[in-house]
Design a protein around this ligand. Structure first.
Ligand SMILES: Cc1cc2nc3c(=O)[nH]c(=O)nc-3n(C[C@H](O)[C@H](O)[C@H](O)COP(=O)(O)OP(=O)(O)OC[C@H]3O[C@@H](n4cnc5c(N)ncnc54)[C@H](O)[C@@H]3O)c2cc1C
Ligand code: FES
Length: 271
């Protein structure tokens, strides 16, 4: 794929969103994905790594990936420019259960780059061809500080959407920040989204998931309607190498989206 655009998302420049286009039109036609799935991106000569699709499949021009710079592959990607070429393997994993979510209110709780697949789902649901199939959307999204919030254009747009309730929070504010200050679990408790006819989708760093789960449980979301998107270290991405298992499940093949019912008993070891 060819890098068409690079957006620096955060003020520390450590998270960038890459828009990629297929060189081969046949590959493009075959790459059918749903929000919550991921792909392995490869930087030639460096290696490959898994990233969730940050774009919605309703957005046809490009695939987007939001990449946090942490090591070999991600640093190499960050050093690439528009026009550079990368490899892609995917789509992989299960994605969010769109059929089950139809007719339901969706409460999305996210932090860090984990928010990328929730962003994909939000834009998917907001697309005019899909909006009537889903209920209200509530988003609780947190970052350590205002300069680390991703997708600022989307957040601005979403504020004006009917039936979308956006709650942003930061752990530490600055002189310009007038929004909420507090950790995601605490803000989830304050916002107290209704669990009636609703699913809770949680995606973010392990500590955020660990402390948000009991809150979501207190709010009355049953385990089968509490979905987690998990990240594990992966290699093959297709259930072959045994690198990413939780109990009998492979995160790459059976996940990365699981209901709490599916992984009850294993989850406390992971968080
Ligand atoms: C399903 C899935 C979806 C993901 N989506 C995204 C995404 O949208 N954006 C994004 O920036 N990252 C995402 N990640 C994490 C990303 O794959 C890793 O950050 C990446 O593999 C690091 O590669 P590297 O070569 O740069 O780092 P390495 O040089 O391999 O390692 C650098 C550091 O990162 C740690 N690390 C490596 N892999 C992981 C991992 N999977 N989770 C936590 N720490 C890790 C290593 O222990 C080491 O400390 C996802 C991971 C999975 C499994
Ligand atoms: S990454 Fe190989 S089995 Fe999941």
């Amino acid at each position: 794929m060819r890098i068409e655009k690079v957006v620096v998302e955060t003020d520390d420049r450590d998270i960038k969103t890459f828009s990629l286009s297929f060189v081969n039109k046949e590959d493009e036609a075959n790459f059918n994905y749903i929000p919550g799935q991921f792909a392995e991106l490869s930087v030639f000569g460096k290696g490959e790594a898994p990233f969730g699709m940050a774009s919605s499949p309703t957005q046809l021009e490009c695939l987007e990936f939001t990449v946090s710079k942490v090591g070999v592959v991600t640093t190499a990607l960050h050093n690439m420019q528009v026009g550079g070429m990368v490899g892609i393997r995917g789509p992989l994993g299960n994605g969010y259960p769109l059929e089950a979510l139809k007719g339901k209110n969706i409460v999305m709780i996210g932090g860090g780059f984990g928010f990328s697949t929730l962003r994909a789902l939000t834009n998917f649901v907001l697309d005019e061809t899909n909006r009537h199939s889903f209920g209200d959307i509530t988003i609780i999204y947190g970052a350590r500080r205002p300069g680390l919030l991703l997708y600022k254009d989307d957040l601005e747009k979403w504020r004006n959407e009917a039936d979308l309730h956006l709650h942003l929070t930061v752990d530490y504010g600055d002189e310009e920040w007038t929004g909420r200050v507090g950790f995601v679990p605490q803000i989830t408790r304050e916002v107290a989204p209704s669990s009636e006819n609703a699913y809770a989708l949680i995606c973010g760093p392990p500590a955020m998931i660990k402390f948000t789960l009991p809150v979501v449980n207190e709010l009355g979301f049953p385990l089968e309607r509490t979905l987690l998107s998990l990240e594990m270290k992966m290699k093959c991405g297709i259930g072959m190498c045994g690198r990413c298992n939780i109990g009998s499940k492979y995160v790459c093949r059976d996940g990365p989206v699981f209901s709490c019912t599916e992984i009850l008993g294993f989850i406390s070891e992971q968080l």
